[in-house]
Design a protein around this ligand. Structure first.
Ligand code: ATP
Ligand code: MG
Length: 882
């Protein structure tokens, strides 16, 4: 049975038992900052278990993408060393939200394994939670599993939790005995052993509790079922192998790695580990990138970067030269696309991200290696052989330099590693990174809204068609608490049964406006919804009293809504132009759409040349001029994807989506925002900046309509002012400035030559004025010089002409004097320039010194300069006599 059939059989089995088939959610848990990645099939259903959300079904079945490479469930270090652990895998699961419980769950699972997949009963074993006699009875009496094939395990093994908080409960697991050849062979080997013999296939969790942030378990409103079975493990078993890597999910990937490495899988234990790690990691990498995660230095992106680097590292063991990984991620796209369209949609993008990261890493390895060598040399010089844990961590953290590589190098050179220090630094980093992804920008829904939402409160959005509507007040909140009414001066949050107010989402700001009625007025300053069914108007009561059940009039500020629509439609045009000009690897990575301006973040790897940027801007403006119609359509999600409508990285879209189209074929995007009805309304589009926001992500900021006109006016004003200054017309400004610059350059040259001539003249005068003292030519004079640099030049000049002698020069600056002394080499045995300057500087209340042939100094007593200079002659006379 191939893996596609295995997946399908699972889904159909549970559909036949009344389950709704639910598509896999993104690997990035939506609205759940408590989790790094979706790590189990139940994650997208968390709110159903907690009773915070209701859906049209109480039974569901899915094949969910999972990543276990961080947080509570982390199998990163197992990968390659077992045949059953992956970072990325698919979890097949069936769920009951307060519907059936243990008995049905166990019966349906057993039926599927034995009848559906035809697994021999005698190879199946089970485990239960220590005191779960109910589960024991079902397995033993109803199903007929013998007493000695049911194991009882404690908290650690048979109490399942999603993370530090969230739904949890006792569980029961089904194992398959793969035979003694597969296992560790120890006499103690049995179910629960760490080896691959008794393979855990399926975990049935009886979800009855919620773990609170303080660790306490509170019973859930109803009992639920959450089960999970690894597709890769099941495929291995059903296809007759004893390793996940032998299943059809991996064959093509390993085959390609063999081609790259020119060696075969299965020949050498150590190399096999590399094959497995690389195969596993390339799947994780492709899927994580397709779900919008980019390599970075924190949070989810950091985990992705580590996985990429780990794969490259293991590739080196096989002799693979980077970049090779992108070839494998591309193969993953081939293999997995039939089930996961998002991969194919991001094919080129995945490729570019991986290549880019591979290049970066080879630089990293280079820098890291030289740093490590330097440190080892200096340790060796001190007679030490222990590499500090802090250094290993720094290499790892800053350079992404794998600690095991450091270990290899250390071993080769008879060094060892302070692993304790490394672990400690790691632990600190881990805590910090947990904090950092907590602040990943995703807001948690405040409890109060969750409760209202769970109670079934709902606001209907009517703002696509109208900006004014009658509505009934269904809830009023004051400081986060529900109240019956609010009066003048109070800050409130108003929830209406229907509203034309657009609530902040999809990058577009929330509407502002007014809610009014009989003697009532509330100024609304923002509208939000979080991902709830509520439209929450935030504002202040400026007149009267508002009470629950009142009928009110909600009026959106029209000007601001229109301005915002200009910018929103413009982001769609911009994205279309970017894709046309730069290529379809361009994907939206974020946006902010306000009334004044817009910001658009997108994936691209290089700076956009100014000429290109102009082309892009022009293309948007041409589409504005064509006054293309903007239309919206609600359609099934699959239909939208078929029409190749652009979606932000696999947002959690419902079954029906809203598609905004511009013209016949200019742009088609999944979008819930408000738009103009024809592109001409936008008027004008003006890019004001382009830059990088992260590796591979760039940002364009732009203005539209009135904002763009104002911005241009500002620029024109500047130009006018400039031309007035330059006493010319705007179109002559550039010529005039160029002219000025040339003139300036000519003048500079003239000044230079005058200076030189002046110096020659001055030095000639000085040389004529030299005095001879005991046969030595001495010059000691005040000159005009701008500073020590000038003085030095001057000194050099005279020295060259004088051939033999002593030169002392002084110059006045602002409230200080500079001194310089030069002694020609033939005299340095007798005279020391440094000493002369030292004595002279003291006379002007300053300091100085230097070499025997050249010294500088100075002081603050400007009035003493003349005296000091005249003193030189006596100094030299005394010295040469004495
Ligand atoms: P194990 O003890 O083997 O690590 P687990 O107890 O961590 O498994 P659960 O959290 O109960 O596993 O997940 C449910 C099922 O998902 C498992 O029974 C197994 O089939 C599959 N599974 C769990 N972790 C992985 C993994 N890292 N790679 C592949 N499949 C996995
Ligand atoms: Mg595990």
């Amino acid at each position: 049975m191939d893996s596609g059939k295995i997946r399908e059989t699972f889904l159909q089995h549970f559909r036949n038992h009344g389950h709704e088939i639910v598509k896999s959610a993104s690997l990035v848990p939506k609205d759940d900052p408590s989790l790094l990645f979706t790590n189990a099939g139940m994650v997208p259903f968390k709110n159903l278990f907690l009773g915070l959300e209701k859906r049209s079904y109480t039974r569901a079945v899915s094949s969910q993408k999972c990543v276990r490479a961080g947080g509570k469930h982390n199998d990163l270090n197992e990968v390659g060393h077992t045949n059953r652990h992956h970072t990325f895998f698919e979890m097949l699961g069936n769920f009951s939200f307060g519907d059936y419980f243990k008995e049905e769950a166990i019966t349906m699972a057993w039926e599927l394994l034995t009848a559906g997949y035809d697994l021999p009963e005698d190879r199946l074993w089970v485990s239960i939670y220590t005191d779960d006699d109910e589960a024991y009875k079902i397995w033993n009496e109803t199903i007929g599993v013998p007493h000695d094939k049911i194991f009882r395990f404690g908290e650690e093994d048979n109490f399942w939790s999603m993370g530090e908080t969230g739904p949890c409960g006792p569980c029961s697991e089904v194992y398959i005995d793969q035979g003694p050849e597969v296992g560790c062979g120890k006499p103690t080997c049995k179910v629960g052993c760490n080896c691959d013999r008794y393979l855990e296939l399926w975990n049935l969790v009886f979800t009855q509790y919620n773990r609170e942030p303080n660790g306490e378990l509170t019973p859930l409103p109803r009992k639920n079922i959450d089960t999970g079975m690894g597709l890769e493990r099941l495929a291995a078993v059903l296809q007759g192998g004893c390793s996940n890597y032998d299943s059809d999910l991996f064959t093509d990937i390993i085959k390609l790695t063999e081609d790259f490495a020119e060696t075969s899988y299965g020949l050498d234990k150590k190399k096999d580990i590399s094959f497995k790690v690389i195969a596993d990691h390339s799947r994780a990498v492709a899927f994580l990138i397709a779900d919008g995660i980019m390599p970075s230095n924190e949070g989810r992106g950091y985990v992705l970067r580590r996985i990429i680097r780990r794969a490259i590292r293991y590739g080196q063991i096989l002799g693979l030269k980077s970049p090779f990984l992108h070839g494998l991620t591309d193969k993953v796209v081939d293999v997995m696309s039939p089930e996961y369209q998002e991969l194919n949609q991001s094919r080129r993008f995945i490729d570019e991200v991986v290549i880019n990261e591979e290049k970066r890493f080879s630089d990293t390895l280079f820098h890291g290696l030289s740093l490590l060598k330097e440190e080892m040399d200096s340790l060796r010089a001190k007679g030490q052989t222990l590499i500090p844990g802090g250094l290993v961590f720094r290499l790892y953290d800053t350079f992404g330099f794998p600690p095991d590589l450091v270990e290899d190098i250390a071993r080769d050179e008879d060094f060892s590693i302070d692993t304790g220090g490394f672990d400690q630094a790691m632990e600190e980093q881990r805590a910090a990174s947990q904090r950092s992804w907590r602040g990943s920008g995703e807001e948690e829904i405040p409890q109060v809204y969750r409760r209202l939402d769970a109670r079934g409160l709902k606001s209907q959005f009517v703002g696509y068609e109208m900006l004014k509507a009658q509505a009934r007040v269904i809830s009023i909140l004051k400081q986060g608490k529900e109240v019956d009414s609010a009066t003048r001066g109070e800050q409130v949050e108003i929830i209406l049964d229907q509203s034309p107010f657009y609530s902040e989402s999809g990058g577009q700001v929330g509407d502002i406006g007014q809610i009014g009625g009989n003697n009532l007025s509330i100024e609304i300053v923002n509208t939000v919804k979080y991902p709830t069914n509520l439209i929450i108007h935030k504002g202040t009561v400026t007149e009267g009293t508002i009470s629950v059940d009142d009928t009110v009039q909600a009026v959106v500020n029209e000007k601001r809504r229109k301005d915002t629509a200009h910018n929103h439609t413009a982001t769609h045009l911009l994205q279309a132009s970017l894709r046309e000009t730069l290529g379809d690897h361009v994907k939206q990575a974020g946006s902010h759409v306000g009334p004044e301006r817009m910001r658009f973040d997108f994936t691209h790897f290089a700076q956009i040349a100014p000429e290109r940027l102009k082309e892009i801007e022009l293309l948007v403006n041409l589409n504005i001029q064509k006054n293309l119609p903007v239309t919206t359509q609600i359609m099934p999600r699959d239909e939208a994807f078929k029409q190749e409508a652009l979606a932000i990285f696999e947002e959690r879209y419902g079954d029906l989506v809203r598609v905004v189209s511009i013209g016949d074929n200019v742009s088609r995007e999944l979008c819930g925002g408000t738009h103009v009805s024809a592109t001409g309304d936008i008027g004008l589009f003006l890019i004001v900046s382009e830059g990088a926001v992260a590796s591979g992500v760039r940002r364009i900021e732009a203005f539209t309509g009135e904002g763009a006109v104002k911005e241009i006016q500002k620029e024109v004003d500047k130009l006018k002012m400039l031309s007035a200054f330059l006493k010319t017309t705007p179109d002559q400004v550039v010529t005039k400035v160029k002219h000025f610059m040339m003139e300036q350059r000519e003048k500079d040259r003239e000044i230079e030559s005058l200076k030189a001539r002046l110096a020659t003249k001055q030095s000639e005068d000085l040389i004529t004025a030299a005095q001879e003292i005991n046969g030595i030519k001495v010059i000691s004079q005040e000159v005009t010089a701008a500073g020590p640099g000038d003085l030095r030049e001057f000194g050099d000049h005279i020295k060259d002409k004088l051939k033999s002698g002593i030169i002392v020069l002084g110059a006045r600056g602002d409230a200080k004097v500079f001194l310089l002394c030069r002694v020609t080499p033939d005299l340095t045995d007798t005279f020391h320039a440094g000493k002369i300057i030292k004595d002279l500087s003291a006379l002007v209340d300053g300091r100085g010194g230097g070499r025997d042939d050249m010294a500088e100094g100075g002081g603050t007593k400007v009035s003493e300069l003349k005296h000091a200079l005249s003193k030189v002659y006596t100094l030299i006379a005394e010295h040469s006599l004495g």
